[in-house]
Ligand binder design. Structure first.
Ligand code: GDP
Length: 199
């Protein structure tokens, strides 16, 4: 499979919605609880060690970060949510910035939601998926750190979470460390980005 994501390059960070650049084109955003493995997933998918900074202090980075893929396509790294120590300052982000971004960002083709496969579908995860479904925004869930689960436990997690989701939401097991599910995740991005020449 052609990997369109290896040339991803940091473009800019927005601290609030006013700082967003209104370029045309197509974007796919990544969101998840702090520590769910979002940075590791972005790095694995783009084949980079350091494009998205894995943070030792969960919840510290609250910017919306854009990575340019070329041909008017971009990946968007949304701030992690749900980390208790920054719960207060994140409240504005969670209740205002995030839903407004999802509803107002016309470039957005879909949202990748990262959930730790051992602790999935927390209330904020479920709320996020519901917002997207109401907006008609496609959602694909990566159940991360699947290397921590046995094969059968992974399949069971898939089945259980699938059962609680709206039918249009897709999901898969993913491990940045074991490099599991990379092609499947890139395939979903390819589908949403509709790269020129992909027919
Ligand atoms: P983020 O806060 O969502 O960006 O999460 P990070 O990517 O920074 O990862 C949070 C923690 O989970 C780090 O300690 C990572 O090493 C660990 N982690 C991320 N991906 C994996 C994975 O695929 N397998 C395992 N076992 N640990 C992972």
């Amino acid at each position: 499979m052609k990997n369109r994501y290896h040339n991803a390059a940091y473009q800019y960070s927005a601290h609030n919605l006013r700082q967003l650049q209104d370029a045309g084109g197509f974007e796919v955003a990544f969101a998840g609880r702090s520590n769910a493995g979002k940075s590791s997933a972005i790095n694995a998918i783009t084949g980079s060690n350091s494009l998205a900074r894995t943070s030792k202090t969960p919840g510290r980075t609250q910017q919306i970060i854009f990575f340019d893929l070329g041909q008017g396509r971009r990946l968007v790294d949304l701030p992690g949510y749900g980390f208790a120590k920054v719960a207060h300052s994140m409240r504005g982000h969670w209740h205002e910035t995030l839903p407004r971004f999802l509803a107002g960002r016309r470039q957005l083709q879909g949202l990748i939601v990262l959930m730790d496969s051992r602790h999935p579908a927390k209330p904020q995860d479920t709320q996020l998926v519901e917002w997207c479904v109401e907006l008609g925004l496609p959602v694909h869930i990566l159940l991360t750190k699947s290397d921590k689960l046995s094969r059968s436990a992974g399949l069971q997690a898939l089945r259980e979470i699938r059962a609680g989701l709206p039918g249009e939401v897709t999901l898969q097991l993913f491990s940045a460390h074991a490099r599991q599910g990379l092609d499947e995740a890139r395939g979903k991005l390819d589908e949403w980005f509709a790269w020129p020449g992909d027919g």
